[in-house]
Design a protein around this ligand. Structure first.
Ligand code: FMN
Length: 149
C-alpha cells in the first residue's frame, strides 16, 4: 500500500512561479531518490500538493516540507492508504495559473485558497486532478460523481 497526502498551504508573500520552479527542481531530485510521486499546484499565492509513496518516505519528506519557510498555514486535506499512485509518471509535476484552463476554474467554483467551508476533501482532490488533466480511477470515483451532481 502507498500513502497519499493532499495538503494546501499559503505561500510566503512575494513568492512567484520562479520560486515554485526552484522547489520543483529540488523536489524532482529528492523524490526520484525516495520513490515519491505527486503534483504541485501553485495558484494565487497558495500551494496544493499531492505527495504519494511508501509511508516512511512520505513522512520524512513532509517533515522537511512543513519546516520550509516558503509557505505556512499547511492544512492536510486528505491522508489515505491507496493501492495505485495518481502521479505514477511524475516525481513532482507543477502547474501554475497559466497552465489551467479558465473553464476548469469555473467548473469547480474555484476560490483562492479553496476555503475549507466550501471545499471538502473530495472537491479539493477533484479540482487538483482536473488541473493536472487526470481522472480518478478508484473506489472514490462514485463519491465524487455524487458530490458534484
Ligand atoms: C510547497 C512546497 C512543496 C515542496 N515539495 C517537496 C517535495 O515534494 N519533495 C522534496 O524533497 N522537497 C519539497 N519541498 C522542498 C523542501 O521543503 C526542502 O526545501 C527540500 O526537500 C530540501 O531539503 P533540505 O534543504 O533539507 O535538503 C517543497 C517545498 C515547498 C514550499
Amino acid at each position: 500500500m502507498l500513502r497519499r497526502v493532499l495538503y494546501s498551504s499559503k505561500a510566503t508573500a512575494g513568492l512567484g512561479m520562479r520560486d515554485a520552479l526552484d522547489i520543483i527542481r529540488v523536489s524532482y531530485n529528492r523524490n526520484s531518490q525516495a520513490g515519491l510521486t505527486g503534483g504541485l499546484l501553485f495558484l494565487d499565492g497558495y500551494f496544493y500538493q499531492v505527495l504519494e509513496g511508501v509511508g516512511g518516505a512520505v513522512e520524512t519528506c513532509l517533515s522537511r516540507i512543513s519546516r520550509d519557510p516558503r509557505h505556512a498555514e499547511i492544512v492536510t486535506r486528505r491522508d489515505e492508504r491507496v493501492s495505485e499512485p495518481l502521479f505514477a509518471d511524475d516525481w513532482m509535476a507543477l502547474r501554475g495559473i497559466d497552465d489551467v484552463e479558465p473553464e476548469v476554474l469555473s467548473a469547480h467554483g474555484y476560490e483562492p485558497g479553496l476555503p475549507i467551508e466550501r471545499f471538502g476533501a473530495d472537491q479539493t482532490l477533484a479540482f487538483l486532478l482536473a488541473c493536472f488533466d487526470k481522472q480518478l480511477v478508484e473506489e472514490l470515483a462514485p463519491t465524487l460523481a455524487t458530490t458534484r451532481a
